[in-house]
Design a protein around this ligand. Structure first.
Ligand code: BGC
Length: 417
C-alpha cells in the first residue's frame, strides 16, 4: 500500500515537473526591440520581422523611436543600457557607431550563433568586419542600403517634357525644366543627415569613386583641396536654387511623399525611400525612376542596419535573443523584409529574383568590388561625421558661404577622426 502511494506520488511529481519544464517553452519568448523605423514603409518592413518572430514562438515588443537616421533611438537605447534596463535588442548602422558600447561590455557576443549560421561565408567582408571586434561577433546584419540614390517622379518629368538626366551636362537643364513646369525640382528635407545624403550623392557620382575613397576612407586633405572636390561643392551650392521654402519643415519621408505625389521632381535619399513608394503602391520604372549614379561613375555607396543583442545573464532574455537572431538571419525572412524595406538582403545565398528593378541595379553594382563604396560610418568617427553634417547644413542654409570656407572646414572635419 505504502509502495503504491509512493508510486502515485512519484508519478504525480513527475507529471508536475514535466508540465513545469514544458511551461517556459510554451510561454512566448519576449523581446523588446528598439529601432527607428517609423515612416509608413519602415513600419511595414519592421512588421515583417515582428510577424516572423511571433510565428516562431516569440513575442515582439515594439519599441519604435521616431527620428530618421536614428539619433533619437540610439540615444534612448544607450541610456537604457547604461541605466541597467537594457532592451533585448536595438538597431544601429554598420560601422563605428558600435565601438563604444562594445568596448564597455554592453553587447552580447553572438559568435556561436554566427558560426552555426555560417554568416562569414554569406555576407560582404566589410559588413562582417563591422559587426566583429577581436574575432568576436556582436551584430546581426539585416540589410544593405544604398545610401545615395536619386528618386524621380516619372509623371513630373513627363509634365516638364524631360527625362532622368543621362549625364551631368543634362542635370541642371532637367531641373530647370521641372522648375519651369511649376514643379519643385528637388525635394530637400530638414535634417542635416538628409542634406548629407544629397552631398554624398554628388561626391560619389559627380566627383567619382576615387574622390569618394580618398575623402572618406583615406581622409586625404589634398583630395579635399582638389579641383574635383571644389566642383562638387559648387554643384552642391547651385542646388540651393532648386529647393522650395517648405524644405526646412520636412522629414525625409515627407519629401519622398512629394515625389510620390508628383509635386517634386527628385529626391536624393537612401533606398529606404523605395519602401515609401512600395507602401504607396507605386511601381519602380513605371511611376518612379531610380538611379544611384548619373553619368559614367558606377560607385555604389552602401551601408545599412544591424541589431545588437544587449549583454545579459537573464536566461529568458538570452533565449528570446537566440530566437530573434535566427529569425532575422533566416534567408526567407531577410528577403521578405528587404522587399518591403527597400534595401537588398545582406546574405548572398538568397533568392533575389523578386527584387524590383531598382534593387537589381543595386545588386548588379554591388557584385563588382570596384563599385563598392563603403559609406562614411565604416571609416569615420561619429564626431567627424557630426562636424561634416553641421558644416553641410549650415552652408546649405547660408548662401554667403564660399567654396574656400567650405573646403577649409571640411578638411578640418575629415582630419578630426
Ligand atoms: C537606416 C535606414 C532607415 C533610415 C531612415 C538609416 O540610418 O539605415 O534603415 O530607413 O535611416 O530612418
Amino acid at each position: 500500500m505504502r509502495t503504491n502511494t509512493l508510486k502515485v506520488v512519484t508519478h504525480m511529481l513527475a507529471a508536475v515537473l514535466l508540465a513545469s519544464s514544458a511551461l517556459p517553452a510554451m510561454a512566448a519568448e519576449k523581446a523588446d526591440v528598439i529601432h527607428w523605423w517609423t515612416s509608413g514603409g519602415e513600419a511595414a518592413a519592421v512588421k515583417v520581422f515582428a510577424d516572423a518572430f511571433n510565428a516562431a514562438g516569440g513575442e515582439w515588443i515594439d519599441d519604435a523611436i521616431a527620428g530618421g537616421g536614428g539619433n533619437n533611438a540610439r540615444s534612448a537605447g544607450i541610456n537604457r543600457i547604461i541605466g541597467g534596463d537594457p532592451p533585448a535588442a536595438m538597431q544601429f548602422n554598420y560601422g563605428k557607431q558600435l565601438d563604444e558600447i562594445i568596448a564597455n561590455g554592453y553587447v552580447r557576443d553572438i559568435s556561436e550563433l554566427a558560426a552555426a549560421g555560417n554568416w562569414k561565408k554569406v555576407i560582404p567582408a566589410l559588413i562582417w568586419d563591422s559587426i566583429s571586434r577581436d574575432g568576436k561577433v556582436y551584430g546581426v546584419p539585416v540589410d544593405i542600403h544604398g545610401q545615395t540614390w536619386s528618386w524621380w517622379s516619372i509623371p513630373a518629368l513627363e509634365k516638364a517634357g524631360t527625362e532622368v538626366p543621362k549625364s551631368w551636362d543634362d542635370f541642371f537643364p532637367t531641373l530647370d525644366k521641372l522648375k519651369a513646369a511649376d514643379i519643385i525640382p528637388v525635394a530637400v528635407s530638414r535634417d542635416a543627415w538628409t542634406i548629407d545624403s544629397m552631398w554624398r550623392f554628388l561626391v560619389a557620382s559627380k566627383g567619382g569613386s576615387d574622390l569618394f575613397r580618398k575623402v572618406y576612407m583615406d581622409h586625404d586633405v589634398d583630395a579635399v583641396n582638389s579641383p574635383a572636390f571644389r566642383d562638387v561643392v559648387e554643384t552642391f551650392f547651385k542646388l540651393r536654387n532648386y529647393s522650395d521654402p517648405g524644405a526646412p519643415a520636412r522629414n525625409w519621408n515627407d519629401s519622398t511623399a512629394l515625389v510620390i505625389n508628383n509635386a517634386a521632381g527628385v529626391q536624393f535619399m537612401g533606398d529606404w525611400a523605395k519602401g515609401e513608394f512600395t507602401n504607396a503602391g507605386k511601381k519602380a520604372m513605371v511611376d518612379y525612376a531610380c538611379t544611384p549614379t548619373i553619368g559614367p561613375n558606377q560607385g555604389y555607396v552602401y551601408g545599412g542596419d544591424l541589431f545588437i543583442m544587449s549583454a545579459t545573464k537573464d536566461p529568458e532574455m538570452l533565449k528570446a535573443q537566440d530566437l530573434l537572431v535566427n529569425t532575422m538571419m533566416d534567408p526567407k525572412v531577410q528577403v521578405a523584409f528587404n522587399l518591403v524595406k527597400g534595401g537588398i538582403p545582406v546574405r548572398s545565398d538568397v533568392d533575389t529574383s523578386k527584387v524590383d528593378p531598382c534593387g537589381q541595379i543595386g545588386l548588379k553594382l554591388m557584385a563588382n568590388p570596384d563599385n563598392q563604396l563603403g559609406d562614411q560610418p565604416f571609416y569615420n568617427s561619429n564626431d567627424a561625421i557630426g562636424a561634416i553634417r553641421d558644416l553641410e547644413a549650415t552652408s546649405w542654409a547660408n548662401p554667403d558661404t564660399t567654396v574656400d570656407e567650405f573646403v577649409a572646414k571640411f578638411a578640418n572635419a575629415i582630419s578630426m577622426q
